[in-house]
Ligand binder design. Structure first.
Ligand code: NAD
Length: 501
């Protein structure tokens, strides 16, 4: 027990159940698991631990709603109204949502509030997109018209991680529902609290019963059962690359549609001609915001040698001033990592880093926080490309900085990991920025910018960072079948077989 505590949110439930066919229910087999407060690591509630039996019930409810219910046939304008009401409710409950999210995940409250606003925005975006949706028509004059008939697919299985959980759930829920599917959501077991708000939001917004179902539980049980369920043709997964591999293999026998948003070790490349102040501010935010638990974190910074000494000195000094604090305090910039297991993993990498590179800031617990999952923003310099802290995703407030001498070397270093999610490039040379952007192996590139994403753009990674893209109409492509309908306008013009004398 420590002497600092986050205030416990009012009216916290003592247990969290599943939500199946419009009812809150316990696990069929009665199991539950503990959920920990990341500041104290004490269990503060229990959540139902779903197994195959619960997933079977949820999929049956979702299938029934899909086959018989009104949602898939509801006109886009009406579905759009429901989605806008969901966005309104998320916005109006944003403070409560952020309070629960911050308490459950250890995210700083100001950042949790930002994520709640983004979750509402995701619903608004897809509400607008489905009424503006146009599909292709192709004409062959006098002969044929071909058109695309877009249809919802059925029950989508949505499996999500614990970093910014509510926002990442909204990212999948909004397009899946907008397209007219039913869903079964399996949220991350470290952070089930904010997901428990969805049922009330959907009920109040008028989403028909059975369209949204939620099964809590461990990945290897509830998640696994969802992936293997024969009546779930689509799985959208966000999480670690190694989990993605397991899911890929488990979904293969049924040839399911898969969307995979996986891990990253994204480079931020700073050339000598960059606006140094802006580059330092952005690369500090890029790896220390959201506690460093961010898939697109710029966790490897590559710096041109002529500015390297100045960069690392200024960077380390600023990193040391980043404010670690209790998640609920408005001034906190880095809160508590989500769970003691994850904390141990990050601390282990910090010890590895001390053997592999030069420690410039942080390197363990911050002063004043002897317990709980607090990690000081940690900066390693002179990190060799073969170092584990250069190659492996740490997913915490830890950055590896490496010098380079030429653009070619910078590119080689940037591409020298198994991941390929994001890249950030800092230079004022127009040609170089575009040439580098086109050569770097990353699904998303930001030039002279932090991670600011227009919701219309594709989101996704290459190499071990993912499969497929979500974002904008690409999400609707994933959650719909695009049936091609061909209409003959003229003569039937196939050769006639079997007509010989
Ligand atoms: P994780 O892979 O451990 O778990 C993610 C989800 O998968 C959880 O709900 C978990 O219960 C479930 N799961 C685990 N094993 C499963 C199995 N065998 N079958 C089915 N489901 C299973 O990931 P995490 O630790 O929760 O999240 C952190 C990871 O997510 C990091 O690697 C991060 O980079 C990645 N991430 C990627 C993106 C992106 O968009 N690319 C976004 C956020 C996080």
């Amino acid at each position: 027990m420590n002497d600092y505590q986050s205030p416990v949110p009012a009216d916290l439930p003592e247990r969290i159940q599943h939500y199946i066919d419009g009812e809150h229910v316990d696990s069929a087999e009665g199991g539950s698991f503990e959920v920990l407060n990341p500041v104290t690591n004490e269990a503060y509630l229990r959540a139902a631990a779903g197994t195959k039996a619960d997933v079977d019930r949820a999929v049956a409810a979702a299938t029934h709603a899909f086959e018989t219910g009104p949602w898939r046939e509801t006109l886009p304008r009406e579905r759009s109204r429901v989605l806008h009401r969901i966005a309104d409710l998320v916005e109006s409950r944003g403070e409560r949502l952020a309070e629960l999210e911050s308490f459950d995940s250890g995210l700083p409250i100001t950042q949790a509030l930002g994520q709640a606003r983004r979750a509402a925005e995701n619903f608004r975006f897809f509400a607008d997109l489905i009424v503006a949706q146009a599909d292709d028509v192709y004409k062959v004059p006098g002969r044929q018209i071909n058109y695309v008939s877009r249809k919802p697919i059925g029950v989508a299985g949505l499996i999500t991680p614990w970093n910014t959980p509510f926002m990442l759930e909204s990212w999948k829920l909004a397009p899946a529902l907008a397209a007219g599917n039913s869903v079964v959501l399996k949220p991350a077991e470290f952070t089930p609290l904010s997901a428990s708000l969805w049922s009330g939001i959907f009920e109040d917004a008028g989403l028909p019963r059975g369209v949204f179902n939620l099964v809590n539980g461990l990945g290897e049980q509830a998640g696994d059962a969802l992936v293997k369920h024969p009546d779930v043709p689509l799985i959208s997964f966000t999480g670690e690359s190694s989990t993605g591999q397991t899911i890929f293999a488990n979904a293969a026998p049924a040839l399911k549609g898969l969307s995979m948003e996986l891990g990253g070790k994204s480079p931020a490349v700073v050339f000598a001609d960059a606006d140094l102040e802006a580059a330092i501010n952005a690369t500090i935010f890029g790896v220390f915001s959201l506690n460093g638990e961010r898939c697109t974190a710029g966790s490897r910074i590559l710096v041109e040698r002529s500015i390297y000494a100045e960069f690392i000195e200024r960077y380390a000094a600023q990193a040391a001033r980043v404010k670690v604090g209790l998640p609920h305090e408005p001034g906190t910039e880095v809160g508590a990592l989500v769970h003691p297991e994850h904390f141990e993993k990050v601390m282990h990498y910090i010890e590895i880093g001390k053997q592999e590179a030069r420690l410039l800031a942080g390197g363990g617990r911050p002063e004043g926080f002897p317990t709980g999952n607090f990690v000081a923003p940690t900066v390693f310099a002179d990190v060799a490309p073969e170092a584990r802290i250069f190659q492996e995703e740490i997913f915490g407030p830890v950055v590896a900085i490496t010098p380079f001498d030429s653009e070619a070397e910078a590119l080689e270093l940037a591409n020298n990991t198994k991941y390929g999610l994001a890249a950030y490039i800092w230079t004022n040379d127009l040609k170089r920025s575009h040439n580098f952007a086109q050569s770097v192996q990353a699904g998303m590139v930001w030039l002279n910018s932090n991670n600011v994403r227009d919701l219309r753009t594709p989101f996704g990674g290459v190499k071990a960072s993912g499969l497929g893209h979500e974002g904008g109409y690409r999400s609707l492509d994933f959650y719909t079948d695009q049936q091609a309908v061909h209409i003959n306008l003229g003569e039937v013009h196939n050769p006639v077989f079997g007509n010989a004398d």
